[in-house]
Structure formats: C-alpha cells, structure tokens
Design a protein around this ligand. Structure first.
Ligand SMILES: *Cc1c(COP(=O)(O)O)cnc(C)c1O
Length: 371
C-alpha cells in the first residue's frame, strides 16, 4: 500500500543477511541456527526476512504463535517453522498440522493430544520438548523430562525432533547461566545414551550464543542479535549491523519567541527565540512518552531534543540554528550524516530494553525494504 504520511521504517535486508552469516561463521559447521522471527521479527517485518534467513545459513525459524506462523506461510515461506509458545487450547494442534508447523510440547497432556491427531492423520509428527532450567516459564523439569522421554522418545506417531531450554540471564549472570546449562546437559547426556537419534538440542539465545560458546550444542536460537541491537560487547570475529531505521520528515516549521509553551501540559517553555519543527510521529507509532526531556532525533546529522511531551501523532523538535526546510528528513533510529541513534539509545531514555522499542513501533508505520 502506498503511504502518504512521511513516517516510515526502513529494513536493510543486506544487514540482516550479513548478521545471519556472521553468526553462522561464529558458531562453526557443527552447529545450526534457528532464527527467531517472533513479533513480526521484532518489528522488522518477518515476511521480508524469513527466506533470507534460510538463504544465509539459518536452518529453521521460530515464531511465537500459530498466528505468526500462518502469516509467514501466507507470505510464501515454506521451510521449517517452530512455534516457541505453548499450544493451547489443544484443538489448535489441527492448525499446526494444517500449516505444517513444529509445535513446542511441555506436558504429557499436550503430547497425548498431538499423538491422537497424528494417528488419525497417519503421519509421524515432529515436536520439540521444552525444559525449564531456571526461567520459570513454560517447560518441564529435567527429571519429568526423563520420564517423558522414556515414554514418548521412540513413539511411532510423534517424533521427538528437538529438546530445548531458555536462559534467564545469559547477558548478566555467568554463574546462573552455567548452572542452567549444566542441568540441560545432564538431560542431553541422558538422551545421547538412549537410541533416540537426530534430536536438536538448543538453549542459547543471542547472549548465550555470543558469550557462551559451550552452550551452542547443535542449534542456537538468536533473535535480537540478528537485528543488530544486542546490548552485549561482541568478540572481534562477530560483526552485527543494525537492520532497522526509523525516519520521518518535518511537516511544519515555525519561529517562536522566548516564553512559548510547547505541547501538552506546557511542561516545556522556550528560553530563547527558537525554531521548532513538528514531526508526524507520536506515541501511537511507538515513541515512548516516558522519554520526556531525554529523547533526541537526528536532523542534518545532529542530535536535537524533542521538546515537551510526546503526543499521540506528533513530536516537536528544537531545530534552532540548523536552517532546516519543510520536508527536512528526521531520523528517530538509524544513521544520518555522522549522527547515529540506536534502539539502545531509546531504550536508555525510556528505561527499557531495545526489544521493547523495536517491537513497539506500531503497525501503522509502513516498513520499506531497502537493499
Ligand atoms: C525470544 C526468544 C529467543 C531469542 O532471544 P534473543 O534474546 O532475542 O536472542 C530465543 N528463544 C526463545 C524461546 C525465545 O522466546
């Protein structure tokens, strides 16, 4: 659909492809990548990146829900797709079959449902088993998993294709991360001793992949690193580029005298004569209101402050002395001249994480693929 309002997101397929290749090279030939494209690829438009991930070295993709998976299927993505979230109500397994998705299973109850359906459809159906090693979210304990594997590991109707767990603090807590890994490896050893073959073992998110090579096992599950907005230092051998830029244009300019209040609540009042630009992007697009008095945007390559409160559809920016014209490009996230503002900057201003910033860029902002 064409767009009229000059506010948009640019997605660099080149940067994304290069990030996948860089991680693939880093993990080496004995490990594979499950590219995490949940939440519309963290706001980056999953449909534009799914096949690219596979072409550049990922072996399968992960999304959060059946809805997200269907939308990727409808965009033409045909390869393997793991649903990371739990399937409930269990009747939803019929959509899993229909769209050829790999479900996550975390209980006996759920696998029995899958098994019944697989028997009806006369098709051995794969699933991944989720283990909780310290995240406290969906997943069974290692001890229950051993019993589960004894019961279903060689089932004729359902195929244990993967076993996985999730780090709670791979970027922050070495000791706890190693503790989680040890629990998981105990289970891996248990399965290796059985005759169950061809199982993916996976645990590492982006931080695990980058900081804990011993957690790679035979599959890693990076998300945020693929988008180049991870908040951990990188080893020299890994280069990750930001994939998303967020831009707009000045739609109105005015010069105002000192003492002029700007935006709701008049929380900001100009101290001097000022040039003020109105930009058509607001909290309904994902600019957090909580960045009050902190956030900046790029104009002519310079960081310039947002004045007063973020409104639903607009922000006002101080452009005094910049000699801007109407239609001047404004960058919320990305590069302009020598200036650069990242999702991590916004996260700091808003007191949150980069994930929430990019996932929060709302659907009404069109995504444009650039090379
Ligand atoms: C989101 C998610 C990931 C990716 O995490 P990042 O920190 O973005 O790398 C991996 N595994 C699971 C189960 C997830 O939910």
């Amino acid at each position: 659909m064409p767009f009229f309002r000059p506010t948009w997101v640019e997605i660099s397929q080149e940067a994304f492809a290069s990030n996948v290749r860089s991680l693939k090279k880093f993990i080496g030939p004995s490990c594979q990548i499950l590219a995490v494209l949940k939440a519309d690829a963290y706001g980056h438009h999953a449909a534009s990146l799914a096949s690219l991930a596979i072409k550049n070295g990922a072996s399968l993709l992960g999304v959060s829900s059946i809805e997200e998976a269907i939308s990727l299927r409808e965009s033409g993505y045909k390869d393997s797709l793991l649903i990371l979230g739990g399937i409930y109500p269990f009747e939803n397994f019929s959509a899993v079959f229909e769209y050829d998705l790999i479900p996550t299973v975390a209980s006996r109850e759920s696998v029995l449902f899958l098994k019944k359906m697989a028997e009806e459809k006369k098709r051995r159906y794969p699933f991944h088993l989720k283990i909780d090693t310290g995240m406290g979210r969906i997943g069974m304990t290692v001890e229950s998993a051993k019993k589960f594997i004894d019961e279903f590991g060689k089932d004729e109707a359902v195929q244990l294709a993967g076993i996985y767990s999730h780090f709670a603090s791979a970027g922050e807590d070495v000791e706890f991360t190693l503790h989680q890994l040890e629990l998981f490896k105990d289970l891996e050893k248990y399965v290796m001793k059985s005759e169950i073959k061809n199982v993916f073992f996976h645990m590492a998110n982006s931080a695990g992949t980058i900081l804990f090579p011993q957690s790679h096992l035979n599959l890693v599950r990076p998300g945020v690193a693929l988008y180049g907005i991870q908040n951990i230092p990188l080893p020299r051998s890994v280069e990750l580029k930001p994939v998303l830029s967020w831009k707009s244009k000045a739609i109105f300019l005015k010069r105002v005298p000192a003492g002029t209040p700007i935006s709701y609540g008049r929380s900001f009042v100009t101290k001097n004569e000022s040039e003020i630009m109105t930009v058509p992007v607001g909290y309904a697009d994902g600019i957090p209101r909580s960045t009050l008095n902190k956030a900046m945007v790029l104009v002519k390559g310079e960081r310039r402050p947002i004045l007063g409160r973020v409104t639903m559809d607009h922000i006002m920016v101080d452009v005094t002395g910049l000699n801007v014209s109407i239609g001047e490009e404004v960058v919320m996230i990305g590069r302009q001249g020598n200036g650069f503002i990242s999702a991590l900057d916004w996260a700091q201003w808003a007191g949150t994480i980069s994930y929430e910033i990019v996932c929060g860029i709302s659907k009404r902002v069109p995504r444009m693929v650039v090379a």
